[in-house]
Design a protein around this ligand. Sequence first.
Ligand SMILES: NC(=O)c1ccc[n+]([C@@H]2O[C@H](COP(=O)([O-])OP(=O)(O)OC[C@H]3O[C@@H](n4cnc5c(N)ncnc54)[C@H](O)[C@@H]3O)[C@@H](O)[C@H]2O)c1
Length: 285
Amino acid sequence: MERIGIVGAGQMGAGIAHVCALAGLQVIMVDSSSKARAALLPAVQTSLLKLVRRGVLDPDAQVAAVERVTVAADVTAMADVDFVIEAATEDVAIKRAILQELTSVVRPSCIIASNTSSVSISGLAAYVDKPGRFIGMHFFNPVPVMDLVEVIRGLDTSDACHDATCDLARMLGKFPLTTKNSPGFMVNRLLVPMINEAVLLVQEGAASAGDIDAALTLGAGHPMGPLKLADLIGLDTCLAIMQVLHRDFGESKYRPAPLLREYVDAGRLGRKSGRGFFEYSREFA
Ligand SMILES: NC(=O)c1ccc[n+]([C@@H]2O[C@H](COP(=O)([O-])OP(=O)(O)OC[C@H]3O[C@@H](n4cnc5c(N)ncnc54)[C@H](O)[C@@H]3O)[C@@H](O)[C@H]2O)c1
């Protein structure tokens, strides 16, 4: 494996680019937004610089890693990649369109993975020419820090595709855990309903966002409270995941909290927009 393509240069795409470049892979990033394209290299540079400051990365290695990343405006740049990871906005129509385009551009041997948090892998596979080469490769935020990669097998994912994906995860220093396709996979099925419940507590005025988070950090040993975590994930992504759980399980317990929907409608998306349940300095906006 030498060249990897990543579609979507947002917070996850940038993190995946960081770990791939650090592992010595050539990285080709594609994003439809010129703003996201312009922000990508500075973001990767800054996150790699943190490793230099901590003394775990040589400054020359940091420069070399950044040089391995290139940015393009459309997926035709992916013609020669060995593996491509779709990490665009959590919107099924966007993902389907990207996969259809990728299928006609990448080599027949190229594995196509999606970093989706909740969209059905078997459903997305229908938009790839050969569903055997399609798989879920779900990284966690922040990618350079979190060890887990959930590997999600669709109905038709081949063993070769699965094994190559696990190998790539290990090459990136991650720990792959495999699950069958089901709504929310493993982690988000547990995590996001808890976040939704925390939003309902805020909505009911039961306690402040700060106190709800402190309750979970002090009382349950969580490293970060659910609302700060929601801001980190992105409230739009949390809402999209709850909508998938609600629709696919058909159970009212997964109904998205109205306050979560209201914040998303208002553009309060969390850390990436500067404001969610908490406020962030421009450094994080
Ligand atoms: N945020 C998290 O904590 C987290 C964790 C794991 C997985 N994910 C998943 O990763 C994916 C990306 O999430 P994110 O948090 O990076 O979102 P983000 O909003 O930070 O970035 C999404 C990027 O996709 C780009 N995009 C949209 N349409 C596109 C298109 N047609 N072609 C190319 N680029 C396009 C946008 O311009 C944007 O830069 C989602 O599927 C999300 O569910 C997110």
